[in-house]
Design a binder for this molecule. Structure first.
Ligand code: NDP
Ligand code: 2IT
Length: 450
């Protein structure tokens, strides 16, 4: 049995029923094989065994009262995975599907993503199996307050700094921050993605989507092309998807799709950004609403998706941006993308492509930017927010955006150079995993067995 299979088997025994976590671990460990062979120090010091185990797992009850006066209970999580490079850092996800395995997969990915940014941040993730859909503002507020009433004792600006993810945006960060301040009497930079009036950073809202497009542009430039004029497929219709689409327009590209939990929207003229923001950011409605304003657009409801995949990847486009959720791009979807001439995939979401889809992209040698590299602009800008908070400053949008562009270029270079160093030029999966791992592992070695 290889050490990869032994590690996965051990995890399956000690942490049962966490399939997405094993998937994330397997992908990283497969990439690390050449490094672990050439450099035995990591195996000798049980770095793998240590890195797959969170330093601390916090699980808690979140009781709250809904608008009808009924008591509700959810499960809250914060997985503090690795602090070798800095304070724990990573988002909070509020979604009905959340469980320990999902938070562990996200926290594990976050370790390497944060390492790739070159900034001083460790890896963590948290959240709750709370579904914000259909909940009133007051219910969201009460839920966030209850969540923070437990979480506050575990976090701090140099300890653990949560942020947003699916279901957690500016509104939720506001309620969480308010309750933290009330409980601690401290005006700390303890969360990122804050409002601009109370310690937030310009550009954080846009950072993940913009960064993901910068990453695609860097990949294309490496092949002597640019994104200008290209037809693009985007999935998702939340924070990451919306600002991916915004930056695509700024770069002269044409994004023709987006999707949400009700279905896929296709507008051959290009998705209307104002309408998209209005429907999803302000009104929080289904993308189906778009047809009222643009009756010629097409909407494929979830029920009509192909059995082996997702409608969004069956439209023809040259560059794809999966920006919704994990495993939303299957091997069958990947085959359709390739057959339709797609030659570049930049992942805004975390682990959106299934393992066999990734294998296909790597084998076909298309430009493929894995999430932990391509979507790192969000967390990188969160670190810039922490830095501004620590210095009691607020930088301009242009300053932040310049830094973001520089960081995304550095990440691209780091991944490319590492892939070449290990004899697989262009394989950014290998490059991202080895480059991220090496930084964390070396810091762990230097800090002893902790
Ligand atoms: P949002 O909650 O803002 O948006 C998520 C979007 O994806 C929504 O349109 C939602 O549909 C759709 N979606 C979510 N889950 C599902 C599902 N199971 N099936 C179908 N559609 C779904 O989240 P973000 O945009 O912040 O996050 C999107 C992805 O990007 C996630 O993978 C996240 O981990 C990742 N990410 C986010 C970062 C950030 O800074 N926010 C940073 C790096 C990665 P609906 O509108 O119907 O709810
Ligand atoms: O997956 C991610 O990188 C995020 N959700 C953002 C984390 C952060 O701390 O900004």
């Amino acid at each position: 049995m290889s050490y990869i299979h032994r590690t996965i088997a051990d995890l399956a025994r000690s942490s049962p029923a966490q399939a997405l976590f094993y998937q994330a671990v397997e992908e990283v460990l497969e990439s690390l094989e050449p490094l672990l062979e050439s450099d035995p120090i990591y195996r000798q010091n049980a770095i793998i065994e240590r890195i797959v185990e969170p330093e601390r797992q916090i699980l808690f009850r979140v009781p709250w009262v809904d608008d009808e006066g009924q008591v509700r209970v959810n499960k809250g999580y914060r997985m503090e995975f690795n602090s070798a490079l800095g304070p724990y850092k990573g988002g909070l996800r509020f979604h009905g599907s959340v469980n320990a395995g999902i938070i562990k997969f996200l926290g594990f990915e976050q370790i390497f993503k944060n390492a790739l940014t070159g900034l001083a941040i460790g890896g963590a993730k948290g959240g709750a199996n709370f579904d914000p859909k259909g909940r009133s503002d007051r219910e969201i507020m009460r839920f966030c307050q209850s969540f923070m009433t437990e979480l506050y004792r575990h976090i701090g600006p140099t300890i653990d700094v949560p942020a947003g993810d699916i279901g957690v945006g500016a509104r939720e960060i506001g309620y969480l921050f308010g309750q933290y301040k009330r409980l601690t009497r401290r005006y700390d930079g303890v969360l990122t993605g804050k409002g601009l009036l109370w310690g937030g950073s310009y550009g954080r809202r846009e950072a993940t989507g913009y960064g993901c497009v910068y990453f695609a542009q860097n990949m294309l430039l490496g092949r002597g092309e640019t994104i200008e004029g290209k037809t693009c497929l985007v999935s998702g219709a939340g924070n990451v998807a919306i600002y991916t689409i915004e930056k695509l327009y700024q770069f002269g590209a044409r994004p023709i799709t987006c999707s949400d939990s009700t279905g896929t929207l296709y507008d051959p003229h290009g998705i209307d950004l104002d309408a998209l923001k209005r429907i999803k950011e302000e009104q929080r409605l289904s993308l189906r609403e778009y047809l009222k304003e643009f009756p010629k657009a097409e909407f494929v409801p979830l029920e009509a998706y192909p059995e082996d995949g997702h409608a969004v990847w069956r439209f023809p486009g040259q560059v794809a941006f999966p920006c919704a959720t994990q495993n939303e791009l299957t091997e069958a979807d990947a085959r359709h993308l390739l057959a339709n001439g797609c030659s570049c995939v930049s992942e805004g979401a975390n682990m959106p492509s299934t393992p066999t889809a990734v294998e296909l992209f790597v084998r076909e040698r298309i430009l493929y930017g894995p999430g932990k590299a391509a979507n790192a602009g969000g967390v990188a800008t969160s670190q810039l927010e922490m830095s501004q908070n620590a210095g009691m400053q607020q930088w301009s949008f242009e300053q932040v955006d310049q830094r973001l562009q520089g960081i995304m270029l550095d990440i691209y270079r780091r991944c490319s150079e590492t892939a070449a160093e290990f004899g697989q030029p262009g394989n950014l999966v290998l490059g991202a995993n080895i480059a991220g791992f090496r930084r964390v592992a070396d810091a762990m070695l230097q800090q002893g067995v902790v």
